[in-house]
Design a binder for this molecule. Structure first.
Ligand SMILES: Cc1ncc(COP(=O)(O)O)c(C=O)c1O
Length: 394
């Protein structure tokens, strides 16, 4: 096969999906993260974004970004290690570490990079990683990059994890990695169970809290706050692209671990730092969450409202306590049809099929924001009813 033949093969598959109204990737919407967006001139309720706290639209957050662009310009044009560290980058890392109740933090230009780079810097071919089978792609790439022996355990299955931990020599370095909240199913990792096994088998723990941060815990500090387990895991990573309304990623840990990452992680050293306006956005997002922790409750109340409404209509849902609501469809064609019909009705949802979920376990992934109004959600429920009946799903 020639170097570029694969492009034609993929194009054929994409063209087939387009011809059958089943291509729901790269859909253009403006502005991307708002509770109501415009697509081809038509207003749509956006139930697909991860703007959990709605802070992309927050006046204080927007003003901080605008003011910083006026003072600092648009980009940093340098790596953190050379000319890309401003006082705002340092303040962002301090504020984040305090928010996550750790000694220090390091920030990266993307969440994907934070996960991949941290795993690759901390582990090597002499170490063993235990990774939940539903962990995010950035963790899978980090495991590959690290060359550590990677043992995949069944999703949130503590018996399977224990069996696998027991098979590795007592002296081996072991790191258990799990999403805090799983991105597609929206379920929360069994951190108390993982911690018990980690203590028993002398393993360290890394949590990817991309979807837990701003969402779980009374004050939105994430999965560890939810379980009252702050200070009990070695590494917490995550993203600024969801609750923090920006872009970039982080790892929070002990100060010596963070120093090591800052001086050795190639994806940290050999890339330009995020623009100062992004750092200001994140600092202000943390301010807003700390001053108004009730937005976390608003998000939770929106999630319960939509979940209960969908259940009352007769949809089958995976039961979650997060704003990620997986509507079970188990049929790829129906999931695509439902997405298309919802779009016609003015509601943006995402179909999720294999390999993002196991084969024949397709879902419609709904995600909510604190910025949705009850009116938005009631209207969306009306549309779910119409489409669900049309497709005989309810
Ligand atoms: C669980 C999880 N980890 C990491 C990432 C990567 O974050 P980012 O989009 O900021 O690169 C995502 C983003 O989708 C995610 O869902």
């Amino acid at each position: 096969m020639g170097l570029f033949d694969k492009t034609f093969l993929l194009k054929q598959q994409a063209d087939y999906l387009r011809a059958n109204n089943q291509f729901f990737y790269l859909r253009e919407i403006d502005p991307a993260a708002s509770p109501v967006v415009t697509r081809h001139g038509k207003k749509m309720i956006n139930l697909g974004s991860n703007n959990y706290l709605g802070l992309t639209e927050n006046v204080e957050v927007k003003q901080a970004a605008i003011k910083t662009i006026e003072q600092y310009g648009t980009g940093s044009c340098g790596s953190r290690i050379l000319t890309g560290t401003t006082s705002l980058h340092i303040e962002m890392e301090k504020r984040l570490a305090a928010f996550k109740k750790t000694e220090d933090s390091i920030t990266f230009s993307a969440g994907f990079m934070a996960l991949m780079a941290t795993i690759a810097a901390i582990t090597d071919k002499n170490d063993t990683i235990f990774s939940d089978e539903l962990n995010h792609a950035s963790i899978i790439e980090g495991c590959r990059m690290s060359r550590a022996k990677t043992v995949v355990f069944k999703h949130s299955d503590m018996a399977d994890l224990e069996q696998k931990l027991a098979q590795v020599g007592a002296d081996a370095n072991k790191l258990i990695i799990t999403d805090g909240v799983f991105s597609m199913k929206g379920d929360v990792a069994d951190l108390p169970g993982i911690k018990k096994l980690a203590d028993q088998y002398h393993a360290e723990i890394m949590v990817d809290d991309a979807h837990g941060t701003g969402v779980l815990g009374a004050t939105g500090r994430g999965t560890l706050e939810h379980y009252n387990m702050e200070g009990q895991v070695a590494l917490i990573s995550g993203t600024f692209s969801k609750s923090f309304a920006a872009v970039g990623g982080f790892t929070c840990a002990r100060a010596d671990i963070i120093d090591f990452l800052k001086l050795s992680s190639r994806p940290f050293i050999f890339t330009a730092s995020p623009p100062p306006s992004v750092a200001a956005t994140i600092i202000t997002a943390i301010d807003v969450i700390e001053k108004n922790p009730q937005i976390v409750q608003t998000l939770s109340s929106n999630s319960s409202f939509l979940k209960n409404g969908l259940k009352d209509l007769g949809f089958t849902l995976d039961d979650t306590i997060t704003p990620i609501i997986p509507i079970i469809i188990n049929d790829d064609t129906k999931a695509f049809m439902m997405t298309g019909l919802m779009e016609e009705e003015g509601v943006f949802v995402n179909p999720v099929i294999f390999p993002a979920v196991p084969k024949d376990h397709s879902i419609i992934r709904v995600s909510l924001s604190a910025a949705h109004t009850k009116e938005d959600l009631s209207l969306a429920l009306d549309k779910f009813k119409t489409v669900g009946k049309k497709l005989a799903i309810i």
